[in-house]
Design a protein around this ligand. Structure first.
Ligand code: SF4
Ligand code: MG
Length: 328
């Protein structure tokens, strides 16, 4: 498998300034996260709101400037590009937002919104652009008649499908999907997920799929990364993460997902306390204030990334490199 995006040590810190403009500290929104997305695959990034997953996604598009790190897309480091030369990269890297309204201009016919990026990149004649938009409308389940309609004539789920058509228009290699179904009814969520999967197969697109809901990610992701307070605490193949979650935080997230299989009785793990402020994150392991297994070492030492297999790794003092067995 060929990597399409390799993110290494991505950090995003927001300075907190005093009234006089002096920096008095940092909000560490994303702390040193690394992951790889392969061609034609979906990497799911999950965690509670405020864990840094959207910030990470947006940094990859440079909608937010990262503080440090590398992100090799097709072998080139996106973070090294000057804003101007980013345009070329942007063509291959698109985004779908939680609220499709943010990308659809209410005064423009949806057909125009779909075509817009072609115009910006000076691709095709007016007629050719319209043809592409009409084809894409069909790909996402509409007819050619919908070309002339306005966003308000569509439901939320339909608008998200327009947003998807819009993201596809430049033939991207990777689409960052930031909670694309979170605002939709459950029945509509499944339709959108299926559409994304179908388009992935057809166009060999990779997705970075950001979500707070693990059950959604299970249906689309080949691999999953779990974020907590800016840290990527565990990642691995979706099947491994769901059948054998290793990080206590992943375990607690999973125990909250209802299961339809009565044989798979799960004990609900209640994590204690509140989510700490990213302004003042806990020392050592960031999860220690809420972890049911916290040990003395957890308060003092940051756990390093322990490799479990080719894809699965976990940041937790309960595991050792070679054996990956629980040491307690
Ligand atoms: Fe819990 Fe310690 Fe593992 Fe952190 S390092 S998740 S506190 S056991
Ligand atoms: Mg978000």
């Amino acid at each position: 498998q060929k990597p399409i995006l390799e993110v290494q040590n991505l950090k995003k810190y927001y300075p907190i300034r005093t009234a006089l403009g002096k920096t008095k500290g940092y909000i560490k929104a994303v702390q040193d996260i690394s992951f790889t997305i392969y061609e034609g695959e979906t990497f799911g990034l999950v965690g509670e709101s405020g864990c840094g997953k959207s910030t990470a996604g947006r940094s990859l598009l440079r909608l937010i400037e990262p503080t440090s790190g590398e992100a090799y897309f097709n072998g080139e480091d996106i973070f090294q590009h000057h804003k101007r030369s980013l345009k070329k990269v942007r063509k291959d890297l698109q985004m779908i937002f939680q609220d499709p309204n943010t990308s659809l201009d209410p005064r423009k016919k949806v057909g125009f919104s779909i075509e817009e990026a072609l115009k910006i990149h000076k691709i095709g004649t007016n007629q050719e652009r319209k043809q592409i938009a009409l084809q894409l409308l069909k790909k996402v389940g509409f007819t050619e008649d919908h070309y002339d309609r306005f966003p308000h004539e569509f439901s939320g789920g339909q608008r998200q499908r327009i947003g998807i058509a819009r993201a596809l228009v430049l033939n991207p290699k990777l689409i960052i999907c930031d909670e694309p179904v979170s605002a939709l009814d459950v029945s509509i969520q499944a339709q959108i997920i299926n559409l994304l999967k179908q388009l992935q197969k057809e166009f060999n697109i990779s997705y970075l799929f950001i979500a707070h809901d693990l059950s959604v990610v299970r249906h689309i992701a080949d691999r999953v990364g779990v974020m907590y307070l800016g840290h990527l605490v565990e990642q691995g193949n979706t099947d491994d993460i769901f059948s054998n979650p290793l990080h206590p935080y992943t375990q607690s997230l999973l125990s909250a997902v209802p299961t339809l299989n009565p044989k798979q009785k799960k004990e609900k793990i209640i994590i204690k306390g509140e989510l700490p402020s990213p302004l003042n994150p806990p020392s050592g392991c960031v999860f220690h204030t809420r972890c049911p297994y916290a040990m003395d070492i957890c308060k003092q030492k940051k756990p390093s990334d322990i490799k479990i297999n080719a894809f699965q790794s976990v940041k937790c003092h309960l595991y050792k490199n070679e054996t990956a067995n629980l040491i307690i």
